[in-house]
Design a protein around this ligand. Structure first.
Ligand code: ZN
Length: 800
């Protein structure tokens, strides 16, 4: 779409809430408007119960965690209703509370809840009291300005690279707009505008010229602009974007914070992926509102870079935990960071790209991220969460009720409860059906309301009936998305390719009559005179599909993933004899879908046959075994164990299940502070010292001290050799090979050094073996002296 069309497009008036500025004086905006959550009801078996769980469990659980961890007390202390010092860990902890308020507001927008409404009122009163008279709101400073933590900076706005002062406010503004639109109350909105007015007085071409270290305020300012029609908030959002990469204003923060070059010159996705995708979302907003074509050109290049080269099959982004962000092109290790917040940010960005361009490929990416990577971030019960969402686990992963850095748990309620507002959209006389979810919607079209009713078992079944009932008969164009996966394009571009062919095809009926499908930017267009009760039937074939990755993705070479509809499948240990990394799924082995009402709240499982490799008397033996796959989002609900999305297509890529060894039969323990103890003897051979797929043991953040790990043998045994594979995450973390080490054995109550002439090696990428005079003992220790300025860790430890 040309920018001229974009800025001239008339925005359909669609607000279901309060206070959207409308009418002739209204600024240009996206050419497409989402149908707000209050006008969309899901009544399906997949999303409706999840939304209910978020309303009934997640919001309460995350507010409770915010109370337990001092996040809410911080507001009380800052407001002088309580005494004490800042009592949580990070200066950005205020933002978690704002995010949960935003989610709670979406809950109130669709369903009255007196208790929740009252809780928000009380909480908002605390926040308002914590705000300083001039509008400044940042409990990490207000509580005790003379004793701030390092990240906050000594004075206001002096350490924006780390302080998150502006980041917090972005979430405040989003929460305030959501609360206002849901309840009509201006209590939080007044806090937000008072804060934003201070920021507008402080920053700008004639004021401070620092962009925030973590993007987010730009999105919040745009929402504040829309609800107040105050142009200075939009100008400020654009100012913060344009200051990035502008060395005349400040010392650049670098690639990590996308502050290495001006945003309009950025063409490669780099750095922290949540910051990046929030920034891209804000660029889309500002482009829509200002018509700045340079933003659009940059967004196209950045989107290509992410979707063609840096997107996990699950829709997750951010390959490495070292900077919580993007790696190089095609570098997609299955140890995947894929932070839950990054999947949310990716979905938010792609939804905005759809609003800009009315192209279904953006919803394809949105859907992939939402049904897979994002949904993995929250348990079925709604009270435990993942921060990273790997595509391969050796059993070290488990959801947690909270994290010291709690960005992900607090992000999930607001995102999940906003999904209904992504299902439908309107652009002029086009009514877009983006998502297939059974339920109803009341869509405001220029000629009047149109009631939509969807009947479908999606995502388990690809038949969708859509009833279209306009209040008055009239002509408009229904644009029904035909997902890329239904046309053999699992993703836009060639990062992933479908191996499955030869099945029935997508069909479309209008009032029972088959019609040819006219595709326009991925949407089947049905432009006609609509009358109450008209219906269309969309048939999306949903066979089990095999998908392979681009040959440049080394991690997936020779491997296959299984998908069905919008869902990525995975093999988990509990369904597959305790292991999955030893399985081979050859291309000819048939796969079938199998409805399991009792599994994971009801899922379509995929079943077939695989080959399992096991070591027997020193040689690998292959045997046929049944294979069961579950939707990826459902993993890690039945204990800790192996999980793999990408299965070996060739036996040489499977890891034979090892035979028990003395090490694997031993009880492992360590000196205090050691983490990942199972990594010592989980028998996964690391590929190098920096292999983050293997479970590694480490003492970080301890440095310079003397530490130990220990095996207690099942019975007294004679041992004479031990091998240690050191962990070293140079370039990513603070673990290095040790300064020195030695081996001790237990003799009575004493630990004695073994007798050896071998050197205690510290080579990387290999086992360091020491042979010693045989000893008969019940336990062996490796004692390690950590480097002065670094920690250390162990990939694997063997004993013979
Ligand atoms: Zn997060």
């Amino acid at each position: 779409m040309s920018i001229a069309v974009l800025v001239c497009a008339v925005l359909a008036v669609l607000s279901g809430g309060h206070g959207m500025a409308q009418g002739p004086g209204r600024a240009p905006d996206y050419p497409t408007a989402p149908v707000p959550i209050a006008r969309v009801t899901f009544s399906d078996a997949f999303w409706a119960p999840r939304l209910e769980t978020v309303r009934n469990v997640t919001i309460g659980a995350t507010f409770r965690q915010s109370e337990l961890t001092g996040r809410i007390k911080n507001f009380e202390i800052a407001g002088r209703d309580a005494t004490g010092e800042f009592c949580s860990r990070y200066a950005f902890d205020d933002s978690d509370v704002f995010k949960i308020i935003e989610g709670a507001s979406y809950a109130l927008a669709v369903k009255p809840d007196k208790a929740l409404d009252a809780y928000l009122d009380t909480l908002i009163a605390k926040i308002a009291k914590a705000q300083e008279p001039d509008g400044y709101l940042y409990t990490a400073r207000t509580i005790n300005p003379s004793k701030t933590m390092a990240m906050a900076g000594k004075e206001r706005w002096t350490n924006l690279q780390d302080s998150h002062e502006l980041y917090n406010l972005g979430h405040l503004y989003e929460a305030a707009v959501a609360h206002y639109q849901a309840t009509g109350k201006k209590t939080l909105l007044n806090v937000a505008t008072k804060s934003a007015d201070l920021v507008a007085r402080t920053f700008g071409p004639a004021g401070l010229r620092y962009p925030p270290g973590h993007q987010e305020i730009e999105i919040g300012l745009v929402k504040l602009h829309r609800v107040t029609a105050d142009p200075k908030y939009l100008a400020l959002a654009k100012f913060f974007l344009d200051e990035r990469g502008n060395p005349s204003g400040h010392k650049l923060y670098g690639e990590y914070a996308q502050d290495h070059k001006p945003v309009v010159d950025q063409d490669t996705a780099v750095g922290h992926s949540v910051r990046a995708a929030y920034m891209y979302s804000a660029m889309a907003d500002v482009a829509a509102l200002t018509g700045d074509t340079r933003y659009l050109a940059a967004l196209d290049k950045l989107w290509d870079d992410v979707v063609l080269r840096k997107l996990y099959l699950t829709g997750g982004i951010g390959a490495t935990g070292a900077w919580e962000g993007f790696g190089p092109a095609y570098d997609l290790p299955n140890s995947a960071y894929a932070e839950t917040c990054a999947s949310i940010a990716n979905a938010l960005w792609n939804f905005r790209m759809f609003l800009l361009k009315q192209d279904a490929r953006y919803i394809d990416v949105y859907e992939r991220a939402v049904y897979n990577a994002m949904l993995s971030g929250i348990s079925l019960k709604g009270d435990t969460f993942f921060y990273p969402n790997p595509l391969l686990s050796l059993g070290q992963h488990e959801r947690s009720p909270w994290f010291a850095c709690a960005c992900c748990p607090s992000n999930l309620p607001r995102f999940i409860l906003s999904i209904p507002s992504h299902a439908y959209a309107v652009g002029g006389d086009k009514l877009f059906v983006n998502l297939f979810v059974q339920g109803t919607a009341r869509v405001g079209m220029p000629a009047g309301d149109v009631a939509i009713e969807q009947q479908t078992r999606y995502p388990w079944d690809g038949d969708v009936r859509i009833r279209v009932s306009p209040a008055r008969a009239g002509r408009f164009a229904l644009h029904v998305r035909v997902p890329g996966w239904a046309l053999d394009h699992p993703v836009p571009g060639d990062l992933y390719r479908s191996l499955t062919t030869g099945r029935d095809s997508v069909t479309l009926k209008v009032n029972g009559t088959l019609v040819p499908i006219r595709l326009e930017r991925g949407f089947a267009v049905i432009a006609r005179e609509w009358a109450a009760g008209d219906s269309i039937d969309l048939h999306l074939p949903m066979p089990v599909r095999r998908t392979v990755a681009h040959p440049s993705v080394k991690a997936d070479e020779g491997r296959v993933a299984v998908e069905r509809g919008p869902l990525v499948y995975t093999a988990e240990f509990v369904d597959n004899g305790g292991r999955v990394t030893n399985l081979t799924l050859d291309d000819q082995s048939p796969l079938a879908s199998d409805w399991r009402p009792d599994l994971l709240n009801g899922v379509m499982a995929v079943t077939g046959k695989a080959k399992a490799l096991r070591m027997r008397n020193g040689s690998p033996v292959s045997e046929p075994v049944p294979l069961t796959l579950i939707p990826y989002y459902g993993w890690a609900h039945r204990g800790k164990g192996e999980m793999a999305v990408w299965l070996a297509r060739r036996p040489d890529l499977a890891r034979p299940a090892p035979e028990p060894t003395l090490a694997s039969a031993s009880k492992a323990s360590s000196s205090e502070g050691g983490k990942g103890i199972q990594g010592l003897n989980e028998q996964y051979e690391p590929t190098d010292s920096n292999d983050h797929t293997a479970i590694y043991f480490h003492w970080w953040p301890k440095k310079g001290s003397t530490e130990w790990v220990q095996y207690e043998f099942p019975a007294e045994t004679t041992v004479s050799e031990t091998s240690v594979y050191w962990f070293d995450d140079t370039g990513q973390g603070e673990c290095r090979v040790p300064r020195s080490w030695r081996v001790l054995y237990k003799s009575g109550a004493q630990w004695l050094p073994v007798a050896t002439r071998d050197a205690f090696g510290v080579a990387k990428g290999t086992y360091n073996t020491v042979r010693f005079t045989p000893v008969r003992t019940g336990a062996l220790r490796v004692e390690v002296v950590l480097p002065a300025d670094f920690s250390a860790g162990i990939q694997e430890w063997k004993v013979r």
